[in-house]
Design a protein around this ligand. Structure first.
Ligand SMILES: [Zn+2]
Length: 250
């Protein structure tokens, strides 16, 4: 009892208030402001907010100075979101894969933006929860849909967990900025790489933690799940991303 109480206190004291990670595994050193000229609004399911382990919406927000996170499930009467949607300086779209969605290559898209800023609504949640959020939020589900001109695969796929075949929120922001830059619709000087760097740092941290569990160095709550009993190979492209915790021990 006593020790769990002091652990809790330790955790509260040791939290980074920017990335909401324990200080020892804070990802902020990989973040940097990406001045993309795009306004991203991340609609976060309250459940996702608790999934700090795999949620990337908050990490994206750390790199996108103009972005906002709004929490909720039904946003129909969300004042902040409705104010943004009504604001004439924006061309609001919902990021959603759809054959009829707008993308940077679609005729007339650049013209739509001539005097407006792209406002991209991203639903940051599991596929299951996001369907419900979209269905309930009539102010969002009536927006023009926007998607990518190219196909992308998440760098998460090597983990072979089905839900992670979907591209993450942070990767969506990254590829969208790249496509907008490719069309001259977003400032070329804005370097979007911090988005990918912080994402890689997060994945590497997770893999290292899973391996620590497998090796019995930290308690393993998934001990019966075979997925968590095999050591994970850390791919070459993640090697240089060293979260603080592992850096200090070197
Ligand atoms: Zn941090």
């Amino acid at each position: 009892m006593e020790s769990s109480e002091s652990n809790q206190q330790e955790e509260i004291k040791g939290i980074c208030y920017d990335c909401l990670r324990p200080l020892k595994s804070c990802y902020c050193k990989y973040t940097a402001p990406v001045e993309s000229g795009i306004k991203f609004v991340i609609l976060m399911h309250p459940k996702e907010a608790k999934h700090q382990r795999t949620g990337t919406g908050r990490l994206a927000h750390l790199c996108l100075p103009e972005s906002e996170i709004i929490m909720g499930i039904d946003f129909t009467h969300n004042k902040r979101l409705n104010d943004l949607l009504k604001d004439p300086q924006y061309f609001p779209v919902m990021l959603y894969p759809d054959p009829d969605a707008w993308n940077v290559n679609r005729e007339g898209f650049a013209e739509k933006l001539t005097d407006k800023k792209l406002l991209v609504i991203i639903i940051d949640s599991t596929w299951f929860c996001s369907k419900k959020m979209i269905r309930l939020s009539t102010n969002v589900n009536t927006l023009p849909k926007f998607s990518f001109a190219n196909l992308y695969k998440s760098i998460f796929t090597f983990k072979e967990e089905p839900e992670e075949y979907c591209i993450s929120t942070i990767e969506s922001c990254y590829y969208l900025i790249k496509e907008m830059q490719g069309k001259g619709l977003s400032p070329k000087e804005a370097d979007p790489e911090p988005l990918m760097n912080v994402f890689k740092a997060m994945i590497k941290y997770q893999l290292e933690m899973e391996n620590k569990r497998v090796l019995g160095l930290i308690p393993n709550s998934h001990a019966k799940d075979h997925k968590y009993t095999k050591l994970k190979n850390i791919p070459e492209f993640l090697q240089k991303y060293t979260p603080k915790e592992f850096e200090e021990k070197k």
